[in-house]
Design a protein around this ligand. Structure first.
Ligand SMILES: Nc1ncnc2c1ncn2[C@@H]1O[C@H](COP(=O)(O)OP(=O)(O)OP(=O)(O)O)[C@@H](O)[C@H]1O
Ligand SMILES: [Mg+2]
Length: 334
């Protein structure tokens, strides 16, 4: 893993971990470039939290190597974690202390930080108005935001966040996205696991998708989405029966999926987006005029294809392919 000197913030090689007979990680290789937001995706039980526990020295792998910020990371290196901020699973705080007091207590156990740093971070996560209240009275999302502030205390170069959107409302998610994007823009590396795919699609530069403890795909999100080409066509709903065969005549049998419900009139075609004009010509030949044509794919469709699992629902395969997923977010990228 000598590439680390030139721009790899975090790398694992052959990472393996079992819990008794259960294999949690089965030779995981990750490569996280410096200065990006990396979305670490996988269905429930894929091994995301296990990976993050290893990366923060909470547990030891059975085999494999980890390299953090250009150097091998082992169990004796926990002191180096001052360079790494982490939020793994639910953050724990003293409920009887305020948010501000909790951050100060946390600051006292880590790398030296200034008093103003605590207030700066409370503002960053939009808790300044509640900073003096006891944490026992915080909502789940407020605790999560306090946890993110805690992870940022030592101004780490690498930030590891396990499902940080847990419990956040849409405004909280948007705020977190802005914060994490700003950190990456400032040259820091943000490694974030999530199930909320449309959120990752907006947030991450690079994604790694894991299934059953192995990496199934990794790369810049735009490249992945382009490679898994789809063209999406909109016609008048009563023209769908004519449009379907006209599109399949170009793309092949079985390549067209008709969307239903509120998306009526949209057809998904699995084809190289470069061939969109051919589809359009075939439609016109059948007397159908598309009102919109979009190219691309969703991360959700890719996730489903690679892991055989629908995100969030854990096994309700098909919702993404039929276009029914993520109703509350932009789920299509042109
Ligand atoms: N402490 C443990 N003891 C036994 N098995 C465990 C333990 N922790 C994790 N596992 C198992 O290891 C596998 C990976 O779990 P892990 O928590 O890493 O998945 P995950 O990707 O974080 O899932 P989720 O999306 O549900 O958070 C699962 O099969 C899980 O049951
Ligand atoms: Mg987990």
């Amino acid at each position: 893993m000598s590439e680390s000197a030139d721009g790899v913030a975090l790398a694992t090689q052959g990472l393996a971990k079992r819990y008794g007979p259960r294999v949690a990680l089965d030779g995981l290789d990750l490569r996280v470039p410096t200065g990006v937001v990396y979305g670490f995706l996988g269905p429930n039980g894929a091994g995301k939290t296990t990976t993050m526990r290893i990366l923060t020295g909470l547990i030891r792998p059975d085999a494999g190597r980890v390299e953090v910020l250009g150097r091998p990371f082992g169990r004796g290196d926990r002191r180096r974690l001052f360079e790494v901020g982490a939020l793994i699973e639910s953050p724990s705080f003293y409920p009887f202390l305020s948010g501000r007091e909790n951050l100060r207590a946390l600051a006292a156990t880590g790398a030296p930080t200034s008093r103003s740093r605590v207030d700066e971070l409370l503002s960053l996560v939009n808790l300044q108005d509640r900073a003096g209240d006891k944490v026992s009275g915080y909502s789940l999302g407020m605790k999560q935001r306090l946890g993110i502030a805690g992870a940022l205390l030592s101004d780490p170069r690498l930030l590891l966040l396990d499902e940080p959107a847990n419990g956040l409302d849409p405004a909280g998610i948007a705020g977190m996205r802005d914060t994490l994007r700003a950190l990456a823009a400032a040259g820091k590396t943000v490694f974030v696991s999530s199930h909320i795919l449309w959120e990752v699609q907006q947030l991450a530069d690079v994604v790694g998708i894991v299934a059953q403890g192995r990496l199934v795909r990794e790369g810049p999100i735009e490249d992945l989405l382009r490679a898994e080409g789809t063209v999406r066509v909109r016609v008048a709903p009563d023209q769908v029966p004519t449009a379907g065969p006209a599109l399949e005549a170009v793309a092949g049998a079985g390549a067209v999926t008709v969307e239903h419900g509120p998306e009526a009139g949209w057809l998904d075609v699995r084809i190289d987006p470069e061939r969109a004009a051919e589809l359009n010509r075939s439609l016109a030949g059948a007397g159908v005029y598309a009102s919109r044509i979009e190219v691309g794919t969703t991360l959700e469709a890719l996730f489903l294809e690679l892991t055989g699992t629908s995100p969030d629902l854990g096994g309700a395969a098909g919702s993404a392919a039929s276009g029914g997923a993520a109703p509350d977010g932009p789920r299509w990228q042109a």
